[in-house]
Every structure is written in structure tokens, then in C-alpha cells.
Design a protein around this ligand. Structure first.
Ligand code: SAH
Length: 491
């Protein structure tokens, strides 16, 4: 198991908390201050380079977007759990190195191609900023060490064993590629972040004429051999490089399909989607397939008395001593590093399908949008009298309806589990009451932290009678000052 714990939680349901129909604010933390400072500085820099001034970070949440602030968002921090585990393994003896050794390719005059039209041999996209500008911002927010360590974490087979062994995940990609065999027959596929090459082999077996398999991690030393051992050396070309550094010299033809398994915890953790979108815009012919093509982030109300008792009530009486002041540390930990764990579907006390926070159309989303926070307003109606301890967050991805992967609590367990966002204090709710929340997902903004994800929620618990009206007016009535937001940092 990669992270988290298997927990058989049960709903014990009773709450000491007073019923709270008033607006509920959860104060945020110290992190905000330092983060805002960093973001502000970066935003100013990004804005200055474009000759505009940076808007305030405290601007209203939605729909107005703090573009400049977000241009500062998305720098590299390798501190995902996948990374952490393999980094520990790496420290105890690495079995290989990452590095870019671009595959040899025939000379290619991209200037002559209708498919490549910028200096880098790729499409110029995004009306406001060019791909190069966006990447420059991305690079400014990363640091080479962080990216290096991130890719090193993928150079060990343990992490790939874990992913391939996740049958729901790998099976969905198999179904998606085989389900598109007609469209892939004789066609060219780009596998962004190929790892061991498993998806490339699915594509080749489904009939692709050529597959470009790109990965910046040292795992490709195995990938090349595996490709050969399985007889695909004439079809699959392994390129060891950061996707962003791949040029028309490496991929000298437009591709018909981009496939990638880029999803991280809470979907956006790891910040890999921009690399996929960048590749799409640079190498895919118009109208090509992007697998998966749609990604949804969903949330539901969580009643998790066991977790609450383990982390908070536990300290009330420790062998007769009062350790209750430690509960605030637990709450800080829940906020700064939310649990990634299997959530018992019985702990979901609103609609088990979850409420949609954001939907990303991976086939068309502009690269620039991925540098901005994404937000959605949800209304989570309690299906029974309960105590809401937090939100349960997960994602689903779709492959043009031919395959579907859900990481919800009621679906087959995956290595992404669910992300648990515990509230500062539980809220007693009656059946029909609603928690109206504006949930915002913001890519990490500190230099060296682009792979982390900040989640903000401003929410209000309302009675059944007021629920409809509040939900309708949510954008006007919910506060936009982030000091009042609940915040979690997925790292
Ligand atoms: N496709 C494989 C591995 C998925 S994990 C599978 O399905 O099993 C994601 C992979 O993407 C990792 O191996 C990581 O090294 C690679 N990766 C992430 N960002 C990348 C980038 N910008 N350029 C190249 N490879 C990248």
C-alpha cells in the first residue's frame, strides 16, 4: 500500500456540538501568510513581465480569477507521497539515475510542416501567453533539484509495481485503448510519462503504427528493454526526456492520440496535467484523441466519528491526564497534510455520487487555465441526521464514454484512495440540511512547491428550509476573504 491506511470506520453519529445554522467560518492558518507573500512576489514578477500589475490575492473567489497570482502558481515540489516513499528508498541506495538522453531521430525540417509553427517546433497556443512564457513561469516556480528528485522517485520499479498493480487504474486504460482500437489502427500515439511503457504496449497491441513513449525518469532504462522483449521495438520509441523539452526532432510527425496517466491525489496533486496539455498542443493533430478526455473532482459530506475520536477526543483523558491541548496539533496536521485514506462508503452522508467541484475537458482546456485556481460551488445535503466532520474528495476520469475510472469511496479501491478534508470543528446536521461550499483547488505557489495542491473551502451550514435559497445565492452570500476559509494543503 502506497499511503494511507485501510480503515473500517463506522458512524457513531452522536455529537456534542451545538447545532449550527449560522455561517460557519473555519479560520485558516499561518501557512497563508507565508504563502501569500510568496505568491504576491511571484505574481508581481509574472505581471511585471507582462506589463500589468498584480491583482490582490484577496480578490473575490469566483468567477473573477486572479490570473497574475495564479501565473505564479505551479512550481515543482516533489513531495507527493509517491515521491516520499521512493525518495526514502532512493536515499538508501538508488538503482539508477534519471536524465535526459534524447533519442536519436532523423533530421526534421519542422518549418515546412503545417503542424509545427513556433520556434520550439510546436503550436503556439493560448491567446494571452505563449507556451514558452507559460513554461518559463512554470520553470521559475520550480527548482531543478525538486524536479530532479520528482523524476528520481519514478526511476524505481516499486512505484510502477504499485501503479500497474492497481487493477482499476490499469484496467481502465486497457479498456480505453482497446475500446479505441478502430481509431488507433495504423495511427500515431504519444504516451506522456510512459513509465514502464505499459500504456504504450496497450496502444501498440491495439494496432497503433507508432508510439512515442516519453518519460524523464530513469525507469526508461527498463522500458527500452521491456519494449524489445515484448517485440514492440519497431513500433514503440522510448524517449528519455522531460516532455517539455521534447522537440520535433524527437517526434517528427503529428500524433493522433495523446494518452497519459497524470492524475495525483485529489486529481491535481503532482501537477502533471500541464505537461500533458503542453504535449497535446505541441504534437497532436487537431481533433486527435486525448485519453482520458474528461476529469472531474467530486466532494461529499463525511461523517467520520472514529477519525475524530482518534485524533481529538483521544487526548481528553490520557491515563487520567488532560492532554486535550494536543488536539489542536492534530487539526493543524489534518489541514497541512490531509489524510489520504480509504473512506468507508457508509461514512458518506450526502449523495454518494458526490457533487461536482470542477470538470476539466482535457482535450480542449487551454494550458493557461491550468495555471489558475479552479473553483465550484456545491450543495451537500445531509441524507440523515449526522455529524459532518469534513469533506471527502475524490476524482473520476472518463475516456470518451468507452472506459471510466472512479476513485470514489463506493468504487473499487485504487492507490489514490480518497482525500479527507477534516473541519476545524464538526457540525451537527439534520436530514435535509445542507452544507453549501465554494471549494477552490489551487496549484502550489511557492518555488519548489508546484506539485502541491492547496484546497480552500468557504462554507455555510444551512437548515433544510434555507438550503435552496442559500445555494442559489451562494456566490453573493459566501465570504471571499480567505482568512475565513478552511484550508488544506495536499502535499
Ligand atoms: N504511464 C505509466 C506511468 C504513470 S506515472 C503507467 O501508467 O504505469 C507518471 C509518469 O510520468 C512517471 O513515470 C513520471 O516520471 C512521468 N512524468 C511526469 N511528468 C513528466 C514530464 N513532464 N515529462 C516526462 N515524464 C514525466
Amino acid at each position: 500500500m502506497l499511503v494511507g491506511t485501510d480503515e473500517n470506520k463506522s458512524t457513531r453519529g452522536s455529537s456534542q456540538e451545538p447545532r449550527n445554522d449560522a455561517r460557519v467560518f473555519t479560520k485558516t492558518c499561518a501557512l497563508m501568510a507565508s504563502q501569500a507573500a510568496h505568491t504576491g512576489a511571484l505574481a508581481s514578477r509574472a505581471a511585471a513581465s507582462r506589463g500589468t500589475s498584480a491583482p490582490s490575492r484577496r480578490a473575490s473567489l469566483a468567477p473573477a480569477r486572479r490570473r497574475a497570482a495564479v501565473l505564479a502558481a505551479r512550481a515543482a515540489r516533489p513531495a507527493d507521497r509517491r515521491f516520499r516513499r521512493s525518495a526514502a528508498a532512493a536515499a538508501s541506495g538508488r538503482d539508477g539515475a534519471s536524465g535526459a538522453e534524447l533519442a536519436d531521430s532523423d533530421d526534421y525540417e519542422y518549418e515546412d510542416s503545417e503542424f509545427f509553427d513556433d520556434e520550439d517546433g510546436g503550436w503556439s497556443v493560448d491567446g494571452e501567453l505563449s507556451v514558452e512564457e507559460l513554461n518559463a513561469i512554470n520553470d521559475a516556480r520550480s527548482d531543478a533539484n525538486a524536479d530532479g528528485t520528482y523524476f528520481d522517485s519514478y526511476s524505481h520499479i516499486g512505484i510502477h509495481r504499485e501503479m500497474i498493480g492497481d487493477a482499476a487504474r490499469t484496467g481502465a486504460y486497457l479498456k480505453a485503448l482497446e475500446g479505441h482500437a478502430d481509431a488507433l489502427k495504423g495511427k500515431v500515439v504519444l504516451d506522456v510519462g510512459c513509465g514502464t511503457g505499459i500504456l504504450s504496449m496497450f496502444a501498440a497491441r491495439a494496432g497503433a503504427r507508432k508510439v512515442y513513449a516519453v518519460d524523464a525518469s530513469g525507469i526508461t532504462r527498463h522500458t527500452r528493454r521491456l519494449v524489445k522483449e515484448n517485440g514492440f521495438e519497431d513500433v514503440i520509441e522510448v524517449i528519455t526526456a522531460r516532455m517539455e523539452d521534447v522537440t520535433a526532432k524527437d517526434i517528427p510527425e503529428p500524433v493522433d492520440c495523446v494518452v497519459s496517466e497524470w492524475m495525483g491525489y485529489a486529481l491535481f496533486f503532482e501537477s502533471m496535467l500541464p505537461s500533458v496539455v503542453h504535449a497535446r498542443d505541441k504534437f497532436m493533430r487537431p481533433g486527435g484523441l486525448v485519453l482520458p478526455n474528461v476529469a472531474d473532482v467530486r466532494v461529499a459530506l463525511l461523517e467520520d466519528q472514529n477519525r475524530y475520536d482518534d485524533g481529538v477526543s483521544f487526548w481528553d483523558d490520557v491515563y487520567g491526564f488532560d492532554f486535550s491541548s494536543l488536539a489542536s496539533q492534530t487539526k493543524r496536521d489534518w489541514s497541512s497534510d490531509p489524510p489520504v485514506a480509504t473512506v468507508d462508503p457508509n461514512c458518506i452522508v450526502s449523495d454518494k455520487e458526490g457533487a461536482l467541484v470542477v470538470r476539466v475537458d482535457c482535450a480542449s482546456v487551454p494550458l493557461g487555465d491550468l495555471y489558475e485556481p479552479m473553483a465550484g460551488t456545491v450543495e451537500l445535503v445531509a441524507e440523515k441526521d449526522c455529524v459532518a466532520h469534513g469533506l471527502c474528495l475524490w476524482f473520476d476520469v472518463d475516456f470518451y464514454g468507452r472506459a471510466f475510472l472512479s476513485t470514489s469511496p463506493s468504487s473499487t479501491k485504487t492507490h489514490w484512495y480518497q482525500t479527507v478534508l477534516m473541519f476545524e470543528a464538526p457540525h451537527a446536521m439534520r436530514a435535509g440540511d445542507a452544507l453549501v461550499a465554494n471549494v477552490e483547488l489551487e496549484p502550489g505557489s511557492d518555488p519548489g512547491a508546484k506539485r502541491q495542491l492547496n484546497v480552500y473551502a468557504n462554507y455555510d451550514v444551512v437548515t433544510a428550509e434555507n438550503a435552496r435559497r442559500k445555494a442559489r445565492d451562494a456566490d453573493e452570500t459566501l465570504p471571499d476573504d480567505r482568512e475565513h476559509f478552511a484550508q488544506w494543503t495536499v502535499q
